[in-house]
Design a protein around this ligand. Structure first.
Ligand code: ADP
Ligand code: MG
Length: 402
């Protein structure tokens, strides 16, 4: 082990004097923006083995089995969870605000019985240092398995992800940071768990009414009013206004570049659980196109340009208007109509040269089903985008896990 990691682990044991009585640190498994995660052995586990009547060799915690498609609505039957031998210890950086840490713990506690969500075992605090103890979940690096995934594997993966999302959303919680590193998946066991509720929030917190939740007529009216207002203020001016008199917009933009939904980029003030569905759609797009990362923007403007390149100027303009925003571009690579997901998948998997050689490359029927599902997840309009619950009923997610 790296010397600095060793030092970090010693410091942690020093901060928590009784740590060694309960856990034996093994290695560092993750280092993110907000925390460092270690794998550790729960040494009190051995005391529990007889009492809990479990097989001591079963060292990896597994979440309860996924219910088959037919019975997915029935989340109530609780599975007895085994006490895990290995744990993940998430050491939150001391620079995180107490409110933020409390928020993560409260949401994890709310979700303790939710399928496919990594449960909270316990947490410790010593002055400004907080540790979150979770069962260790064996998983593989997304980069390793996504290139090999076929359509069946993709269905199974997404069913697991959407099961977690449906449970989280049913409690009115928005995860806000859905991406492969926050969904720990084990391709051998065909199981995954959702982790990292560090940016999550309850739907409706800090939200102000946005035009996107008004009906079409009202939206049209308000938009015309605001256009009129702006031309009175500064006269119609092409390009970026030098003296922008419009009120500035503030909205939650937390999340990861490349996975942010269009309404997050357009600073919608009334964001919902649908932002997670868009991000899950980006994961699906990545798997289908075999490109990771699919989007690779440095900032929000670039992210909008990437999305506009797919959807075209026309639809992007309408998407902006939903939230009272104007979208316009003179970038030549953004066409008016954009491209279909089917074309993008064919191009990125090198099955089409854009029709130049005349070969009629088309997708297989199950790939078409995947694309249809993708277009439901990546709908620019959050109010029309599929919900996690409906997604679990979509033909693409009807799959028996063997
Ligand atoms: P951060 O807020 O720093 O992103 P995460 O909760 O996402 O923290 O954890 C960071 C990484 O640590 C994850 O991507 C994963 O590799 C690893 N990790 C987190 N929780 C677990 C767990 N329960 N089991 C195994 N590995 C985990
Ligand atoms: Mg994370």
């Amino acid at each position: 082990i790296d010397v600095s990691v060793q030092q970090d682990m010693e410091k942690l044991q020093h901060t928590f004097p009784h740590f060694r009585d309960g856990y034996r640190l093994i290695k560092r498994i993750g280092e993110g923006t907000f925390s460092t995660v270690y794998k550790a052995e729960d040494i009190r586990y051995h005391d529990y083995v007889n009492r809990w009547d479990i097989d001591a060799d079963d060292s990896q915690w597994t979440p309860p089995p996924l219910k088959s498609s037919a019975s997915h609505m029935n989340h109530t039957s609780r599975h007895p969870r085994r006490k895990p031998k290995f744990v993940a210890i998430k050491k939150i950086y001391v620079t995180s605000s107490p409110a933020r840490i409390l928020n993560e713990l409260e949401l994890l506690h709310d979700l303790r019985d939710s399928p496919s969500v990594c449960p909270l075992i316990t947490a410790f605090r010593e002055s400004d240092q907080v540790l979150i103890i979770l069962p260790y979940f064996r998983h593989q690096d997304f980069r390793k398995y996504y290139p090999k995934m076929n359509i069946y594997d993709t269905r199974v993966y997404l069913r697991s992800l959407f099961t977690a999302l449906a449970a989280v959303h049913a409690r009115g919680i928005v995860h806000r940071d859905i991406k492969p590193t926050n969904f720990l998946y084990d391709p051998d066991k065909k199981r995954g768990v959702l982790v990292d509720f560090g940016l999550a929030e309850r739907e409706g917190t800090d939200s102000k009414p946005c035009l996107c939740h008004e009906d079409r007529q009202v939206r049209k009216q308000r938009l015309q009013q605001s256009v009129a207002y702006n031309s009175i203020q500064s006269g119609p001016q092409p390009g970026y206004p030098k003296q922008d008199t419009r009120p500035s917009r503030r909205a939650n933009r937390a999340g990861t570049r490349g996975f942010r939904a269009p309404e997050v980029l357009f600073k919608c003030t009334e964001q919902t659980t649908k932002i997670d569905i868009w991000s899950a759609g980006v994961i699906l797009l990545t798997i289908l196109c075999k490109r990771f990362p699919f989007f690779n923007s440095a900032d929000d403007i670039e992210a909008m340009i990437e999305i506009a390149t797919i959807f075209g100027n026309k639809r992007m303009k309408l998407a902006g208007q939903l939230h009272g925003c104007m979208f316009d571009s003179t970038i030549p690579t953004i066409s008016s109509q954009g491209f279909s997901f089917e074309k993008i998948m064919l191009w990125s998997t090198c099955r089409s040269d854009g029709g130049r050689d005349g070969t009629a490359n088309t997708l297989a029927p199950e790939e078409k089903e995947a694309i249809e599902f993708l277009s439901r997840c990546m709908d620019l309009d959050p109010t029309r985008r599929i919900s996690a619950e409906d997604a679990l009923r979509h033909p693409f997610l009807q799959v028996e896990v063997d």
